[in-house]
Design a protein around this ligand. Structure first.
Ligand code: NAD
Ligand code: MG
Length: 393
């Protein structure tokens, strides 16, 4: 049966890679809906190529102009606007599969709605799990949604765990998991050198081509911090059992160590089309367009411990996870504010962890009961982080 897919964040890095894989398999997949907030010209091209039933644009003015442009081209796609339309869309019975690839906290409501609606959910938006991990995983369990991780490390862990791991985790003897980190563009820099790095340097990642926010997160190591929290919720693994190692070649995407000493890992070229194709087809396998891994060309693999002195964001993420309650949502919100301020040239690179730490220190971390609590923690943390930015810039 053909899978009908809604691609949220279709004009982003993950969204474009998803459409690249889908276009290779017209016999398996149909694009039912596209959703984007920016790069509306690209969205228009995607609409013309994939002819979805529906496209959603967040902004009303952009939606109106897109509506008249595609009408002129004779394309039938219905153009909707607003964030609520995204939440409604993912619950529609015509949608089998949701690719959740909106960046940041903005992706939480639609990813959560897809989880509650019991969809096949391809989750790239790690921020949703960081902010609302327990609620999210409960929604998946209660609805029977099929949750497949797109983040390359988590997709690698998923592939390295036994198929029935989630049903009975204890019997499989997982000792710990190791997330690999490329180290980002500033690997080896000390705090003095990091003080002067620019946004342009931060977004030019040596191994992965990604959107600007996650590229800065990779440069600060906050991306790995968010991924530690993501792994904790996805696989039900305690923080002490999650390790991080810097592996500049980004060929080993992550590893699982078992009680008997076995280590199972997933390797491949650093290209997101592999985890995307894996999740689209699971449990089948399909062609993704990714180059074969040539081990001789790789030559060598290096590993080193992360430098928590120069890159405190990873330490802050572990601390927020240990604290629990609203702390991960506060960490995420403060990070989004600080990264946006850095990209806008308002603060320096080393002020990103400073703002996050200060925000974690002032916002209360009581328990989370429902999604409203998460959104409130997010809102309050943003206010504190913004005022901190203003005092620094
Ligand atoms: P990106 O910035 O390239 O794209 C983001 C997409 O989301 C765009 O289509 C944008 O228009 C859309 N968007 C932004 N705000 C929106 C809003 N309020 N409502 C609706 N749509 C909105 O980002 P990306 O690199 O593709 O990352 C997307 C998500 O996937 C992030 O959560 C990121 O952490 C995760 N991820 C990305 C990669 C990667 O290789 N790029 C790898 C692992 C995980
Ligand atoms: Mg990743």
């Amino acid at each position: 049966m053909i899978q009908s897919i809604a691609v949220l964040g279709s004009t982003g890095s993950i969204g474009q890679n998803t459409l690249d894989v889908i276009a290779r398999h017209p016999d398996r997949y149909r694009v039912f809906a596209l959703v984007a907030h920016s790069r509306i010209d690209l969205l228009e091209q995607q609409i013309v190529q994939f002819r979805p039933e529906v496209a959603v644009v967040v902004d009303r003015v952009a939606a109106e102009s897109l509506r008249s442009r595609i009408a002129l081209l004779g394309v039938q796609t219905q153009i909707l606007c607003g964030s609520d339309a995204i939440v409604d869309l993912v619950q529609r019975p015509e949608v089998d599969t949701v690719m959740a690839a909106i960046v940041g906290a903005a992706g939480l409501p639609s990813a959560m709605a897809a989880a509650r609606a019991g969809k096949r959910l391809l989750l790239a938006n790690k921020e949703a799990l960081v902010m609302a991990g327990d609620l999210f995983m409960n929604a998946v369990r209660e609805s029977g949604a099929v949750l497949l991780p797109i983040d390359s490390e988590h997709n690698a862990i998923f592939q390295s765990l036994p198929a029935d791991y989630q049903r009975n985790p204890e019997r499989h003897g997982v000792a710990h998991i190791t997330l690999t980190a490329s180290g980002g563009p500033f690997r080896g820099f000390d705090r003095v050198r990091l003080a002067d790095v620019t946004p342009a340097q931060a977004v030019s990642h040596p191994k992965w081509s990604m959107g600007p926010k996650i590229s800065v997160d990779s440069a600060t190591l906050m991306n790995k911090g968010l991924e530690v929290i993501e792994a904790h919720y996805l696989f039900g693994i305690g923080p002490q059992q999650i390790k991080v190692v810097v592996h500049p070649q980004s060929t080993i995407h992550s590893l699982v160590q078992y009680a008997d000493g076995s280590v199972i890992a997933e390797l491949g070229a650093p290209d997101m089309r592999t985890p995307i194709a894996h999740a689209l087809a699971w449990p089948d396998r399909i062609v993704s367009g990714v180059e074969w891994l040539d081990l001789v060309a790789c030559g060598r693999f290096d590993f080193m411990a992360p430098d928590l002195e120069a890159f405190p964001c990873l330490r802050l993420a572990f601390a927020a996870l240990a604290q629990g309650g609203r702390a991960p949502a506060v960490l995420n919100a403060a990070n989004e504010v600080a990264v946006a301020a850095f990209l806008a040239g308002r603060i320096g690179f080393m002020q990103i962890p400073e703002i996050i730490e200060a925000t974690l220190g002032v916002v209360d971390h009581c328990a989370i009961g429902n999604l409203e609590d998460v959104l409130e923690a997010d809102r309050i943390a943003r206010i504190h982080a913004e005022s901190r930015v203003a005092s620094l810039s």
